[in-house]
Design a protein around this ligand. Structure first.
Ligand code: HEM
Length: 106
């Protein structure tokens, strides 16, 4: 219908059974051997899609990997309890509560 508003919800698409096997499971291996699944144009769209895709996507991914590699090289990080942390949808995705961690120098 001309003039209709179309809302795209990455939250729903990222959890849609039509696109994902076990959509609620944390399975990073589903992206194995894909160079940049976050910008591939498929149903995974954390940075949006198309001509207005996040201009900082490559920077954000490089920054996150460098930060994680630097931290994990120097420290070992473990949970203080085993209560699951669930994602809560809002303007951004937030953890369901502030989990506590133990950080020890390696
Ligand atoms: C994990 C980190 C980030 C996530 C998840 C993220 C996500 C997004 C999303 C979903 C959009 C909207 C895309 C659309 O309209 O389809 C966006 C736009 C944008 N992002 Fe990011 N972003 C991140 C980091 C960054 C960084 C580090 C920068 C800058 C250095 C940045 C700059 C921008 C800009 C300028 C836009 C507007 C692009 C436009 O409208 O043409 N973002 N981002």
């Amino acid at each position: 219908m001309p003039g209709a508003r179309v809302w795209i919800s990455p939250w729903i698409i990222h959890r849609h059974r039509g696109y994902w096997q076990a959509p609620d499971a944390f399975m990073p291996e589903r992206f194995e051997n894909q160079a940049s699944p976050w910008t591939s144009g498929g149903p995974f769209m954390p940075f949006g899609l198309g001509p207005r895709i996040c201009i900082g996507a490559a920077f954000a991914m490089a920054e996150a990997q460098i930060l994680l590699a630097s931290l994990l090289k120097a420290y070992s990080i473990s949970r203080l309890d085993q209560r699951p942390v669930l994602p809560v949808g809002g303007i951004t995705t937030m953890p369901s509560y502030q989990a506590r961690f133990r950080i020890e120098a390696r």
